[in-house]
Write a protein that binds this ligand. Structure first.
Ligand code: NAD
Length: 359
């Protein structure tokens, strides 16, 4: 495959290794910050997007979702699943890929892996939300659920919010050991203290921020009202599907709750436990200064994250720009290049000589 795009109409392909190369080239902190800036900027122009709740296909063990969104020039979609029992079969719980296309022609400009990218964009979004909602003097974070997403959450909060100490807990001690190992091996996390805890309550004790990023297709109540302390910020990431929650309803009642796109979060978030008249605030309104975030230092805030298509739109835009700047990625012949665009049949005409994009 060519490393640089040369054809007039070319679809760029980014593999997981391409994304990893870009991250290694510039560092994870820079990548998370760059992605967060794109996400923040796109939240500020919320009303320029054509939005809808994602389309979900549920099965007993998981869900497969399509997440489309567009502005006047760019269209993106993500394919993503959530199968908490996958890891027992050697597959990730969450796997994804996505497309970025030109609205004017419909041409797919980019097809990219989004499994690794989803972890980065979710952590970047959590950090964007926490920067607006958590107490600025927050230094200690509990991290409940130490699976695939957890390092990215830990490092985003360390680099972007100044979190200095992380209290980690998972029902699977091997997952916690993996997280501790990955953080200890990371020179960029040399100043991050990691404390292994014996329960969620133990981890939440003394924490300013609580991130829940567990995977279990059940109505769990991992964070309960007795664990709350004034001024806490809860970053609820794992309750993102009907019948899958992490935060007790009384925690939501005790807090000011923020969401990405309200119609989607009412179906999928921890918010699914609440009546329709339970008031929430969309994050874009806080970021754009239209609404207040936390009202005072004692208030409990909850970011009920489910993952919204706009965050993938921002991530795909960021990767597209970065891959062009770093000359990483390949050109793939996804769409046929036809000398006469009305003559599609030429592709299969036995004697035809067909011009094609070369891989
Ligand atoms: P993973 O399977 O790799 O890790 C999940 C971890 O949670 C596992 O180690 C498991 O042992 C642990 N766990 C399960 N129940 C627990 C409990 N009661 N207490 C403590 N730990 C528990 O999954 P992942 O890729 O890290 O994803 C985690 C969750 O985040 C999933 O539910 C996924 O759907 C969700 N997610 C949300 C977003 C978003 O934008 N909000 C994006 C990506 C993933």
């Amino acid at each position: 495959m060519q490393s640089q795009l040369t054809n007039r109409h070319a679809t760029r392909f980014l593999s997981p290794e391409d994304i990893a190369r870009m991250v290694r080239r510039q560092g994870l902190a820079t990548t998370l910050n760059g992605m967060a800036n794109y996400i923040h900027q796109d939240f500020l122009r919320w009303n320029s997007f054509e939005k809808s709740a994602r389309l979900a296909a549920h099965s007993p063990d998981g869900v497969i979702e399509l997440m489309p969104i567009a502005d006047s020039s760019t269209y993106t979609f993500k394919y993503v699943n959530g199968h908490p029992m996958n890891t027992a079969q050697g597959l990730p719980t969450v796997m994804a890929f996505g497309v970025l296309a030109d609205v004017n022609t419909g041409f797919p400009l980019l097809i990219s892996e989004l499994t690794l990218t989803t972890a980065m964009r979710t952590a970047a979004t959590s950090a964007v939300a926490a920067r607006a909602l958590a107490r600025p003097d927050s230094r200690v974070m509990a991290l409940i659920g130490n699976g695939a997403q957890s390092e990215f959450q830990a490092l985003a909060f360390h680099h972007m919010l100044g979190i200095e100490e992380i209290h980690v807990f998972d029902v699977d001690p091997d997952a916690t050991a993996k997280l501790v190992h990955n953080l200890q091996c990371n020179p960029d996390a040399a100043n991050l203290r990691v404390v292994v805890c014996t329960s969620t309550a133990d981890a939440v004790q003394g924490s300013d921020i609580v991130t829940t990023v567990t995977a279990d297709k059940t109505r769990a109540a991992i964070i309960t009202p007795d664990m709350l302390k004034p001024g806490m910020h809860i970053n609820g990431v794992g309750g993102d599907c009907p019948g899958k929650t992490e935060i007790h309803a009384d925690v939501l009642r005790a807090a000011k709750v923020f969401v990405e796109f309200e119609p989607q979060t009412r179906i999928e978030g921890d918010l699914q436990q609440m009546q329709d008249d339970f008031v929430v605030t969309e994050l874009w309104q806080v970021l754009s200064g239209r609404k207040t975030g936390r009202n005072n230092t004692a208030q409990i805030t909850v970011f009920d994250s489910v993952g919204f298509a706009m965050e993938d739109f921002s991530a795909l835009r960021y990767l597209h720009d970065l891959s062009q700047a770093l000359h990483i990625g390949a050109e793939i012949p996804l769409i046929p290049e036809l000398p006469d665009p009305k003559d599609l049949y030429q592709l299969i005409r036995p004697t035809a000589r067909v011009m094609q994009l070369r891989a």
